[in-house]
Design a binder for this molecule. Structure first.
Ligand SMILES: [Zn+2]
Length: 162
């Protein structure tokens, strides 16, 4: 099951079910039925507003986001779940921290649920660095059903890769 690389860490019985879906060509219809819509967020500006809205709703006290954009250099093989960076630089005597979120361009054409999941994931990293219990709790709070959507997103990446 080497091609199920996006599902590393999930229990074997689940992977067997996915393997079956792949072999029977049922992955695509499964996802199409569950996630029929496509979101309308196409520009970096719109993406910034979208992310900032979520941030203002759930993480009001976190520092402002400096930049959010679609990044075509983030491929499937890289960090498919997006990339958040905190660039620090010295400005005068103060340390200025820049908060950036990069979203792989492949999510320009994706279901709204998947875009939301990715943005929520990256925003949650503003508060929690590690993928621990607190991190996922925050994700679930910002997007109920987060776990299922992340799993389905991994199925989606598996499909794109096939
Ligand atoms: Zn992460």
């Amino acid at each position: 099951m080497s091609h199920l690389k996006y599902l590393t860490g999930y229990p074997p019985h689940l992977l067997q079910q996915v393997q079956k879906l792949v072999e029977e060509d049922k992955l695509k219809p499964y996802l199409a039925q569950r996630y029929p819509a496509t979101h309308q967020i196409q520009s970096d500006r719109a993406l910034y507003d979208y992310a900032n809205n979520l941030k203002q709703t759930y993480l009001k006290n976190a520092p402002p986001i400096d930049k959010v954009y679609f990044d075509s250099t983030l491929g499937l093989t890289h960090h498919a779940l997006g990339l958040h960076t905190t660039a620090s630089r010295v400005q005068g005597s103060r340390l200025k921290t820049k908060k950036e979120i990069r979203i792989a361009s492949l999510f320009r054409q994706a279901a709204p649920e998947f875009l939301e999941m990715i943005v929520v994931h990256e925003l949650a990293h503003f508060k929690e660095k590690e993928h621990g219990k607190a991190f996922y709790k925050l994700c679930e709070h910002m997007l109920p059903g987060y776990h299922q959507i992340e799993f389905d997103l991994r199925l989606y990446l598996t499909l794109l890769d096939a």
